[in-house]
Design a protein around this ligand. Structure first.
Ligand code: M6R
Length: 365
């Protein structure tokens, strides 16, 4: 049932404040301002020397965001790969190390195979899944559910924001277990996390502006997405969302990589979507925006009022997100990224819930 929405994707985008809130209440002990995982884990983060993450598509991008969180909040080294590579690489995995797999469906063939590979190497396995009865959930030594509810649209939206929510809670848990996150810092992070559903609701109110912008984007043949830090995987996710439902060619790049090649593509016909909350690397991203502007590129900033006031460049549009704690930015910024892809595809008359050549769950390699 799509409710009063035209597509499942629109319904699922709009459900995010609610399902992220539900997921949070499953992982956070509000009274004590700390993360409380729904069940004890069969391994100790304190003794891990590294974490291996594997997943496909959007779930992989959630893992890429989480790498920044595990490294900064828990000082835990992370290696991450797409499952279709991880399963064949013959990577040496330490006995009693930890492999984390992320999957909405819990049935993705390559993700399941990499989980089995990790088990055969003697690793503990932990999964973040949306379907608790799935094969991946059954075969993992521990399961952290995302409480997104059934996701029907082929483009993953609410499962992604719930994956990010669970992964941030897990990184906080790991940070405490490894003695690198003080109770005070944890409380501050929880304070930031509990504002996320409200911030997502606020982000959703930018829809009319995004619809106008989508008309511009729909005319483009190529679109570039740029971001730094956790906004880099968000750029990858933005490009994937746009290409899978609108069929416009889109690429996500680490902003700093621009001058190592993709800058050659920039001219007036290529919209450059810059994802940049006012965080520790914002200024660095502004210098990349200057490089784009100097070549006549048309910049769309998905950022906040503070950043918009600071950069001083001409932009095609600015999508203004609420001010927030930079750690939680990816969860909130998922909203405009999804809405831009959605409205571009709708404007172009594409079948957003069932894009050509794609299946909701990829159970073949
Ligand atoms: O069910 P999974 O999360 O394992 O699926 C992984 C990918 O197939 C999936 O995220 C895909 O990339 C989506 N269509 C992206 O929107």
């Amino acid at each position: 049932d799509k409710g009063n929405h035209r597509h499942f994707m629109a319904k699922e985008i709009h459900e995010q404040p609610e399902v992220v809130g539900r997921t949070l209440s499953h992982y956070v002990d509000l009274a004590n301002g700390r993360v409380a995982l729904p069940e004890p884990l069969p391994f100790d983060f304190a003794t891990l020397s590294r974490l291996s993450i594997t997943a496909c598509g959007t779930a992989y991008y959630a893992g890429l965001v989480a790498r920044y969180w595990f490294e900064s909040l828990a000082r835990l080294p992370v290696e991450i790969d797409v499952a279709s590579e991880a399963r064949y690489r013959e990577a040496p995995l330490e006995r009693d190390g930890l492999t984390l797999v992320i999957s909405q469906s819990g049935e993705t063939a390559d993700t399941l195979a990499s989980l089995r590979y990790a088990k055969a190497q003697g690793q503990h396995t932990l999964c973040v899944v949306n379907v608790p009865t799935s094969t991946i959930a059954r075969e993992s030594s521990a399961v952290l559910p995302t409480l997104a509810g059934p996701e029907i649209g082929v483009a993953s939206t609410k499962a992604f924001s719930c994956q990010l929510t669970v992964l941030l809670c897990l990184a906080i848990h790991a940070g405490r277990a490894r003695g690198v996150l003080s109770a005070e810092r944890e409380r501050a992070l929880i304070d930031a996390l509990i504002t996320v559903p409200g911030l997502m609701a606020e982000a959703l109110t930018r829809e009319a502006e995004i619809e106008v912008l989508a008309r511009e984007v729909s005319k483009a043949r190529d679109v570039l997405y740029l971001g730094r830090g956790t906004s880099y995987p968000m750029a990858l996710e933005g490009a994937l969302k746009l290409k899978e439902i609108s069929y416009i060619h889109a690429e996500g790049y680490a902003a700093g990589e621009l001058k190592h090649g993709p800058i050659a593509l920039i001219d007036e016909s290529v919209p450059v979507i810059v994802i940049a909350p006012h965080d520790a690397v914002f200024e660095k991203t502004v210098s990349n925006m200057q490089e784009v502007a100097a070549r006549g590129g048309r910049i769309v900033l998905i950022g906040d009022a503070k950043g918009a006031a600071e950069h001083g460049l001409d932009t095609l549009a600015t999508v203004t997100m609420p001010a927030l704690d930079a750690t939680v930015a990816p969860i909130v910024y998922a909203v405009p990224i999804q809405q831009l892809a959605y409205h571009t595809a709708v404007f172009m008359g594409k079948d957003v819930d069932q894009p050509r050549n794609l299946a909701k769950s990829v159970t073949v390699e």
